[in-house]
Design a protein around this ligand. Structure first.
Ligand code: GYE
Length: 342
């Protein structure tokens, strides 16, 4: 294990002991861009001190496309229940029009606060204008939305560019800066797909012998990841592959099945790196089939409900809270597996 990876893993472990989960958050004072930095807190998962009893919160979720998403939903529902929040939860099944409908219905119901994780980056302005007109504050969680600052109170989520860079740096080192990579991208137009692709390419810059020879969406699902990889393994490019970079663990897990069915060994014949850090990914690392995962913490329930309680009281929140992520490879997987919370 290299020293940087060891340090990151230790940091993540430390954060786990301190915060009861795998990440910490960094907040900043209200700022113009969502990219700026500041202090550190922990997202946590237990009931907090802030009184949120009776708060009417509408949450428009992306869907149930991945293990990450399921854990995110559970975290929000459990935190709401523990703190007596009146949660109205909508699952948009990965469709923006469903999320917009849900937000409109939360406005019509007169909830105190609306929170949502935007399935894609663009197209939110009209509905958020409606929320603003109705005087309902909006919290954006997990994925960025491309909207002016005055349309939301705060945005809580990971730095996806950094996650892509971490995956790229790790893979470049593993392949000695040489090899052919297939990329399975997330939902087109979503912040994590855009930013992870960008960060990954930044890490590969100047490494001429390290090439992305294939890129296609698997929509963040295991089934699609498998389907795309199956077709790729049958194509001439398939036999030239050294590695797969998947924008999430579920697509990597689907790809692993396809690689095996094509008679190759994922984890050795073809190196596999992905993002999320879900339990099944740790199991796949222990089984030697996945090489590395960059953690993206989905346990945002406490942070979202704390933020909702604060905006309801009229407090101004930092425009951006960044969830800090770690990286884990096969060398630490067995030790880490029992500690995983999702
Ligand atoms: O990586 C993926 C999920 O927005 C960070 O969405 C999230 C991503 C996550 O479907 O598994």
């Amino acid at each position: 294990m290299n020293t940087k990876l060891a340090a990151l893993s230790l940091f993540a472990l430390g954060a786990m002991f301190l915060g009861g989960c795998g990440s910490s958050t960094t907040t900043e004072e209200p700022a113009k861009t969502p990219e700026a930095k500041a202090n550190t807190t922990t997202p946590g998962s237990a009931a907090g001190d802030l009184d949120a009893k009776g708060l009417k919160l509408g949450f428009a979720q992306v869907g149930a496309e991945s293990g990450w998403r399921t854990a995110n939903t559970e975290s929000i529902k459990a935190e709401a229940q523990a703190r007596g929040v009146d949660l109205k939860f909508a699952d948009a099944q990965q469709k923006q029009e469903n999320q917009i409908k849900a937000i409109k219905s939360f406005i019509a119901q007169g909830v105190d606060v609306i929170a949502f994780s935007p399935v894609v980056e663009t197209g939110w302005e009209p509905v958020l204008q409606e929320a603003k007109k109705a005087g309902i504050p909006v919290i954006i969680s997990d994925r960025r939305a491309d909207v002016p600052d005055d349309l939301y109170a705060t945005f809580i989520g990971s730095d996806f560019i950094k996650e892509g860079q971490m995956a790229g740096d790790w893979l470049a080192k593993k392949l000695n800066n040489k090899g052919n990579i297939a990329e399975l991208t997330g939902t087109p137009g979503s912040a994590p797909a855009n930013d992870r692709a960008k960060g990954f390419r930044q890490a590969l810059e100047g490494k001429a012998d390290l090439k992305i020879v294939f890129t296609q969406t698997g929509d963040f699902t295991r089934a699609k990841g498998k389907e795309v990889m199956e077709a790729l393994m049958k194509s001439p490019t398939g036999s030239t592959l050294n590695a797969v970079f998947a924008h999430n663990d579920d697509m990597a897990l689907g790809a692993i099945q396809a690689i095996e069915e094509a008679g190759k060994k994922p984890g050795s014949d073809i190196i596999v790196v992905s993002i999320d850090g879900v339990h099944d990914a740790f199991q796949a690392m222990v089984d030697g089939k996945l090489n590395c995962t960059v953690e993206c913490n989905p346990l945002l329930g406490k942070a979202i409900i704390d933020a909702a309680a604060k905006v309801k009281k009229g407090e101004t929140l930092p425009k951006r809270t960044v969830i800090e992520d770690g990286i884990f490879d096969q060398s630490v997987a067995a030790k880490e597996l029992p500690n995983r919370k999702y």
